[in-house]
Design a protein around this ligand. Structure first.
Ligand code: ADP
Ligand code: MG
Length: 352
C-alpha cells in the first residue's frame, strides 16, 4: 500500500467553454520514502494534484488516501503533509529562527525542544550565521532553504513541493537541487515534487509521473521513462528522439521509406498499420569497429559542437538521423560518408 494513493481522481474547474478537467481520472500510488515527481508542461494539472493531496481542493470524483486512511473529506490541517510553494511564503517580520520554529510554536512544543530542533535544522540547512536575519536579508537560495527547514521541522510524513526551485537562477538551482536530494535521502520523508523541467525530474526522482492535459501518460523510473517511453508524447517530452513513421510488415519488421527496420518482437500487430519508431541519438554508432545488429549508409550534413558532445545530423534513405557523440571521439567532416549502426533492442515502437 502507498503512503499517498489517488484513486480515480477528477477535478473540474468552470471556464468560459463550460467545465474543464484540470485532472481527469488520475490513479497514483506513491510509496513511503520515495522522491516522486509530477512532470509536465504548464497547465497539465500538476499543482491541482498537489492541492488535492494537501486538502486545498476537493475532487469531484475519486478518493485520496494517506496510508490506508481515506482523507478525501479532511481539511488540510488534519493531514500529515506539508507544502513548499514556488514562492517561499516566509513571514517577512520574523527572523530565520522564528520562521523555522513557527510550526513547533503553534503545536505548543516546549521552549527547550524548539531550541534544540531549530539549532539542528540550521546546521542541516547550512544557515549558520543567518539565524537572526529577516527574509529580505537573504538570497533566493537561502530563503528557499529556510522554507524547507520550516516545512520539515515537525517531521511530516509527506512533503509536497511545487516548483520550489523555479525562482532561483541556474547555478544556485543546481546546488539546491543536489541538497534537496541528499536531504530527502537523509530524512526518509516522502517528497512529491512538481516540476516542468525534465532534467530536474530525471536527476532527482526515484519515480516520475509524466502528466499531459490532466492525465497521467506514464509512471516509471527515470530510466524507464527515457528508454521505454509508453507514448509518443513521452518520447518527445523527455530528452531528444529520432522518430520515424512506418508500416508494420510483421511482428519483427517495419518498413520506413523502403528500409526494412528490425524491431523488438511485437505481441500483437496488424500488418500495414502505421507505427512510430523511436531511437535515442546516443544509441546510434558512427563507423563502429564492430557493427551492431543493423546498419545504414549516410552522409554527415551538419555537426554542432556543444562542449561535452557533438550533435551530428546524418542523411540516410530512412530519413535524417540525429546522433550524439562524445566530443572526445572522432570528429567527422561535413559531407563524409559514414556507416551508422545500432542494436534492435534500442528501437522503441510507439502506437500513439
Ligand atoms: P500546472 O500546475 O501543471 O501548470 P494546474 O494544475 O495549475 O497546472 O492547472 C491545470 C488546469 O486547470 C489549467 O488548465 C488551469 O488553467 C486550470 N485551473 C487551475 N486552477 C484553476 C482555478 N482555480 N480556476 C479555474 N481553472 C483552474
Ligand atoms: Mg503549477
Amino acid at each position: 500500500m502507498g503512503i499517498v494513493t489517488l484513486k480515480n481522481i477528477s477535478k473540474l474547474y468552470p471556464s468560459n467553454q463550460g467545465n474543464i478537467y484540470a485532472v481527469q481520472d488520475v490513479n497514483l500510488e506513491i510509496q513511503a520514502g520515495e522522491f516522486y515527481s509530477l512532470l509536465g508542461s504548464s497547465g497539465s494539472g500538476k499543482t491541482t494534484i498537489l492541492r488535492l493531496i494537501g486538502g486545498f481542493e476537493m475532487p469531484e470524483q475519486g478518493r485520496v488516501l494517506l496510508g490506508d486512511e481515506d482523507v478525501t473529506q479532511q481539511p488540510p490541517y488534519q493531514r500529515n503533509v506539508h507544502t513548499v510553494f514556488q514562492k517561499y511564503a516566509l513571514f517577512p517580520h520574523m527572523t530565520v529562527t522564528e520562521n523555522i520554529a513557527y510550526p513547533l510554536t503553534v503545536e505548543g512544543v516546549t521552549k527547550l525542544e524548539i531550541e534544540q530542533r531549530v539549532t539542528e535544522a540550521i546546521e542541516t540547512f547550512r544557515l549558520q550565521g543567518l539565524a537572526d536575519r529577516k527574509p529580505n536579508q537573504l538570497s533566493g537560495g537561502q530563503q528557499q532553504r529556510v522554507a524547507l527547514a520550516r516545512a520539515l521541522i515537525d517531521r511530516p510524513k509527506v512533503l509536497l513541493l511545487d516548483e520550489p526551485l523555479s525562482a532561483l537562477d541556474a547555478k544556485i538551482r543546481q546546488e539546491v537541487r543536489q541538497e534537496l536530494r541528499e536531504l530527502q535521502k537523509l530524512t526518509g520523508i516522502t517528497f512529491i515534487y512538481v516540476t516542468h523541467d525534465q532534467e530536474e525530474a530525471i536527476a532527482l526522482s526515484d519515480r516520475i509521473a509524466v502528466m499531459h492535459d490532466g492525465k497521467v501518460e506514464q509512471v516509471g523510473t527515470p530510466s524507464e521513462i527515457y528508454n521505454q517511453p509508453a507514448s509518443l508524447f513521452v518520447a518527445k517530452f523527455i530528452g531528444k528522439a529520432n522518430l520515424f513513421t512506418g508500416k508494420i510488415i510483421n511482428s519483427r519488421t517495419v518498413d520506413i521509406n523502403g528500409y526494412v527496420l528490425d524491431i523488438p518482437e511485437l505481441k500483437s500487430q496488424n500488418p500495414g498499420d502505421q507505427v512510430t519508431i523511436m531511437i535515442r541519438p546516443e544509441r546510434l554508432q558512427i563507423n563502429p569497429r564492430t557493427l551492431r545488429d543493423q546498419e545504414i549508409t549516410g552522409k554527415i550534413v551538419n555537426c554542432t559542437y556543444i562542449g561535452q558532445t557533438r550533435e551530428y545530423q546524418v542523411q540516410t534513405s530512412m530519413g535524417l538521423l540525429n546522433i550524439t557523440k562524445l566530443a572526445t571521439g572522432t570528429d567527422y567532416a561535413i559531407d563524409s560518408i559514414v556507416e551508422i549502426s545500432w542494436s534492435t533492442k534500442d528501437c522503441v515502437v510507439l502506437f500513439n
